[in-house]
Ligand binder design. Sequence first.
Ligand SMILES: Cc1ncc(COP(=O)(O)O)c(C=O)c1O
Length: 401
Amino acid sequence: MSHEEPLTRAEMQSGLDEECAGIHQDSFRQRPQLDAPIGRTILSLDEQAKRAKLINWASNDYLGASGQIKQKNAGRAALRTWGTGSAAARLLAGGLSLHRRFEQRLATFLETEDALLCTTGYQANSAALVALMGDPEDVVILDRLAHASMYDGARLSAGTMLRFKHNDVADLEKQLKRTQGARRRLVCVESVYSMDGDEAPLQAIEALCDSYGALLYVDEAHAIGVFGPHGRGCCAELNIKPDILIGTNSKSFGSQGGYIAARQSVIDLIVNRGRSFIYSTAPAPAAIGAAIESLNMLREDAELGASLIQRCVEFRQALQAQGWQSVEGRSPIIPIIIGEEKPTLELSHELRQRGHFIPAIRPPTVPPGQCRLRISVSLAHKQSDLNKLLKSLDELKSFNA
Ligand SMILES: Cc1ncc(COP(=O)(O)O)c(C=O)c1O
């Protein structure tokens, strides 16, 4: 300890005040106050409590499921039957047959032996990585741009964490060669990356897992519902069988709750060793009732994802024609990369003045110098919304570095 005298409680409190005051104005985060259901549009309250109706380009509800009558009715029915909360962890009094029904239907949908429902996708990653990486001899190799919940799960686990350059198969192979003596190796990727919207080279990664002896762990949070037959994800589209598949109800399902789909023994291991699953209250019934309805929606309509992808491809082309720097791809996550924080915040503000809600994405969510607007296109948008955004961006071309 560098202090000769122990700090008093008051000194520690002022240390917190100073640290908070030291956050640079450009990086300081505020909690938005949205004053109506989150859907195609939102009602935003500014600091003077003035309401503004804005088109919402920041939602992960890619299929517009959260506003659907069927999902709302299913949520209501579950709430009426089961009450407002689950009131305990899954392994205690919170384990409802409703939760199990969701898992069984999900496992059938994803064609895996079993599935495990968690309270959030963040929790699912944490539970899975802690359970699977139980020994310092275990190695988890993460794509550098993997979601924070995978990093945090890897850090909480007993295993050793390594990273490879984003989507760089040669760098992954280097890490696999370096770790040949490990007890267990897990290669962790997202199928669609949450901030860039690009896709992992899953076939090449699976081939490396096969040739070097590693388990394949794929977070399909942004792909389920959009890609693959009936929205079963990128792995299903490519006929890849990951050892662990992670997803969340909070995106295309328009609800809440995370999940792990895998072989029976992997699920049983996580049930027994995944601390964030074991020690947290089970998801609220209404959320799971609505999520089951979203599964029905995907089973019944095979075209939802394809029509969204078509819309996104056309929108990307229009952005590129205006000269904005984005990331190649076909997913509904379409970033406009600006670079520094200040102009990114200014562009977000200008778009807000023109009726669009697109918060600036800044470090630590993305690396320094990579600040961006993350546009998220949904089936809930009207074509006129997309046209309006393109018109506004055209007016703001001067922000385009
Ligand atoms: C790739 C990825 N995994 C996991 C999560 C966490 O999901 P949830 O919001 O359900 O906690 C997210 C959400 O932002 C994500 O983008």
